[in-house]
Design a protein around this ligand. Structure first.
Ligand code: NDP
Length: 265
């Protein structure tokens, strides 16, 4: 039996993650574990919502009495337009509260929390990719005092990101991470078992390689880093942190992170 729903046949529930495709999402397990740990009695489900049906689906979800939704690919930009309160420099929202039709982005602050946990301090950072996640991260890193440089396979998209973000970010002509203490893979290359171009021989020996992607096996980017003796981290803690921040925003309670992490393991 499949464990996700089409939006036209909404189940009774309180929260959901919406996206397309949605079958891979780890959010239902993680949030359900949190509700169980605190005996909240909520139900969290996964719902497939195609981009062109986003607005209709949100009307149906609102009518059905849901309290909130997490939003994933490819709906984060549409969610920003639909909900009030998102940061226009990020242009993407991943958490919506239905009651007041408001939205926030917890990916970026969740990511920053993981850097604090890892003891990373503001430094020169290289971001690879210029999609939705890269944009949110660039804004958050810039605001947190990092010196951000950006490289994307399609250069015009990187320039557009800088214009939209209104941040002082340098677009590089080549993926040269010289002097960077942190190198972030914010591309989706790993989904196809690929790794973005990077001048690995120029990565500083003490730099941290951070892949936003999370999978059971080491990602191609992190395998490249490990082959060169570099420290690497994947997107699992970020997934946890963005979920914990969404939980706290919705419920006003501290997220039971241990239970949530267990559900991801
Ligand atoms: P988008 O689709 O918005 O952007 C994808 C980016 O990847 C583009 O810049 C694209 O470049 C680049 N790209 C794709 N394939 C390649 C390749 N083979 N080589 C080089 N560049 C490539 O994706 P998102 O920003 O939403 O997501 C990016 C990654 O972050 C995904 O892996 C996603 O799973 C992960 N993620 C993890 C989260 C977590 O909590 N851990 C949260 C959110 C995202 P171009 O412009 O040239 O096409």
């Amino acid at each position: 039996m499949r464990d996700w729903f089409e939006w036209r046949s909404l189940p009774n529930a309180n929260f959901a993650v919406i996206g397309d495709p949605i079958s891979h999402s780890r959010s239902p397990g993680m949030h359900t574990a949190a509700y169980e740990a605190l005996a909240l009695g909520y139900r969290y489900v996964a719902i497939r919502v195609p981009l062109e049906e986003f607005s209709q689906a949100m009307d149906a979800i609102t009518k059905a009495g849901y309290l909130g939704v997490n939003v994933t690919l490819p709906l984060k930009e549409a969610a920003f337009d639909w909900a009030a309160g998102g940061d226009p420099r990020m242009g993407a929202v991943n958490t919506i509260r239905i009651e007041d039709r408001s939205g926030i982005n917890t990916d970026a602050p969740g990511f920053l929390r993981t850097l604090t946990e890892l003891g990373v301090r503001p430094c020169r950072v290289m971001v690879l990719g210029a999609g939705g996640s890269a944009r949110a991260l660039c804004v958050a890193l810039h605001d947190a005092g990092y010196d951000v440089c950006l490289f994307n396979r399609t250069p015009e998209r990187a320039h557009q990101l800088v214009r939209d973000s209104k941040c002082d970010i340098k677009v590089l002509d080549s993926p040269d991470p010289t002097s960077c203490g942190l190198v972030i893979n914010a591309t989706s290359a790993g989904i196809n078992q690929d790794s973005p171009n990077l001048l690995w021989e120029r990565v500083e020996r003490d730099a941290l390689a951070y892949d936003l992607l999370y999978s059971q096996e080491p990602t191609p980017f992190l395998m490249e880093a490990a082959n060169r003796g570099l420290r690497g981290v994947d997107g699992k803690r970020m997934l946890l942190m963005q979920g914990a921040l969404a939980f706290e925003w919705w419920t006003g309670q501290e997220a039971p992170q241990e239970a949530m992490m267990k559900a991801l393991d």
